[in-house]
Design a protein around this ligand. Sequence first.
Ligand code: NAP
Ligand code: G4F
Length: 324
Amino acid sequence: MKSALILGVTGQDGSYLADFLLKKGYNVYGSFRRTSHRLFERLEYFDILDKINLVKLDLTDPISINKVIKETQPDELYNLAAQSFVGISFDQPILTTNVNATGALSVFETVKESSNHTKIYQASSSEMFGNSNEIKNEFSRMNPASPYGVSKVFAHKTAQHYREAYGLFATCGILFNHESPLRGLEFVTRKITHNIARIKLGYDKKLFLGNIDAKRDWGFAGDYVKAMWQMLQQDKSSDYVVATGESHSVKDFLDYAFDYSGLGDWKDFVEIDKKYFRPQDIDDLVGDATKAEKELGWKPSITFKKLIEMMVDSDIKLINEHVF
Ligand code: NAP
Ligand code: G4F
């Protein structure tokens, strides 16, 4: 039986990946942080909480990283743990850097020293590219536009360095935005679908947003965790862009989500609030996943419209069941 350690198992991708690996017969270890409130709702959603070996780890604490990796000696390690919200990274740049950059470095160093058979997946991001007009692939210029993006470039380049200098199997998935009914509530897609449900069921009247002209390449998290696993089944480590190849604006998302929900024209419900604008934003991100398709046989299975339908349906169900 293969073993996998998922850092950040409580997150959106962590829970989808844990479910995926358990179905493949893996022994799954999953890291969580101590908090004063419950945090396993996504694992409960998949009904897998009791099937995961939970281990305590914080990326800002190298001692805990060392202990967990030494004790578990996993065949595969997925570093999904991060301060993943770009917006807050402008207010908490040092925390973001400590977690996403220095934390990743501690993971690579510990694997090198004490578990060098372990294959590592590093969660790199399309946010590393920043603004430019081209469709992005593995060779596109990195010009990050947020402390989050900068921290992810550091981790990405460090993974490549450990690969080249020490022969570590450290693969970077450069994933474009991926969403699901389990997406965090502050990200724009889930914020929209959650608030549509609240408006529809009479709990709210308005939805406040920022830069709705921004465009993103939005895919489905369930498809993207499969690509992560496929990357670690290769003989050599590398970098892969994972994307749908289509970009849509936040306005496009609003159009279809409001229409599908039956609420009608989003302009009757949405107001722009300056506080949701960022000091710097990326206008448009679209990825070219040709390498992933050729080498991994990966393709997205869920369309933009289907993704929105899943998220709207799920949020209406949750609000109906009084799960806020
Ligand atoms: P997410 O839902 O925010 O999950 C992040 C996970 O990291 C959570 O389990 C969180 O734990 C954990 N975490 C945060 N700070 C930590 C720390 N100091 N020590 C240990 N764990 C910590 O993010 P996601 O959407 O699943 O994304 C997974 C990874 O992919 C992240 O690295 C993200 O930056 C990257 N990524 C995401 C996307 C996307 O569109 N989703 C695209 C490209 C790259 P708590 O539950 O305790 O907060
Ligand atoms: O949903 P977002 O917060 O996602 P963003 O910034 O693209 O980051 C996500 O994708 C990255 C991959 O490129 C990941 F690495 C990262 O971890 C995260 O998962 O914002 C999307 C766009 C932005 O341009 C933002 O300015 O939507 C715009 N937006 C407009 N109004 C808003 C809002 N974003 C949020 N979160 N909230 C708003 O009210």
